[in-house]
Design a protein around this ligand. Structure first.
Ligand code: ZN
Ligand code: ZN
Length: 157
């Protein structure tokens, strides 16, 4: 049996669907998947796509906690951010309510405190308590201008 009757002009490479343009921000998906946020439909399912992680972080509002902190003998309760995902996840981030000094500062500068969950080794006088009853470690070093400063008290105390 011969295929001689087959028109010659249809010979050639098999028709291939044009490739979707890749996403410029991740190595795993096409642009259509990431701009449409349809990662759950992509096959195979990729774990750890940076576009998907960024979208989840953006859609998750940071929770806040009331945390009671004692610094320089003065105890106050402040509202701290408690991010569930992304930068600072698992930590408490206070507003800039502390006064700090560093070798590169002239006079006290406003500083925010980052509190990590307290451990068995956290000294009792460096423990802060949040409204969820969790114990947090007071951290008396902060960052100002990209360099370390020491928290010495409250800004307006
Ligand atoms: Zn992407
Ligand atoms: Zn991706």
């Amino acid at each position: 049996m011969s295929n001689d009757w087959y028109p010659a002009e249809l010979d050639g490479p098999e028709w291939v669907r044009p490739a979707e343009p890749p996403c410029p921000a991740c190595p795993c998906h096409t642009l259509r998947v990431c701009t449409g946020k349809v990662w759950h439909l992509a096959r195979p399912r990729h774990e750890g796509c940076p576009c998907e992680a960024a979208a989840i972080a953006a859609d998750t509002p940071p929770a806040s906690r009331q945390v009671t902190i004692t610094v320089a003998g003065v105890t106050r309760t402040v509202t701290a951010q408690a991010p569930a995902v992304g930068f600072g996840a698992g930590l408490l981030l206070t507003p800039h309510v502390f006064a700090a000094n560093g070798e590169h500062t002239t006079g006290p500068v406003p500083a925010a405190m980052v509190l990590a969950p307290a451990t068995a080794r956290t000294p009792a006088d460096l423990i802060a308590l949040c409204d969820k009853g969790q114990r947090w470690a007071v951290r008396l070093t902060a960052s100002y201008g990209g360099r370390e400063v020491a928290i010495g008290g409250w800004l307006d105390a």
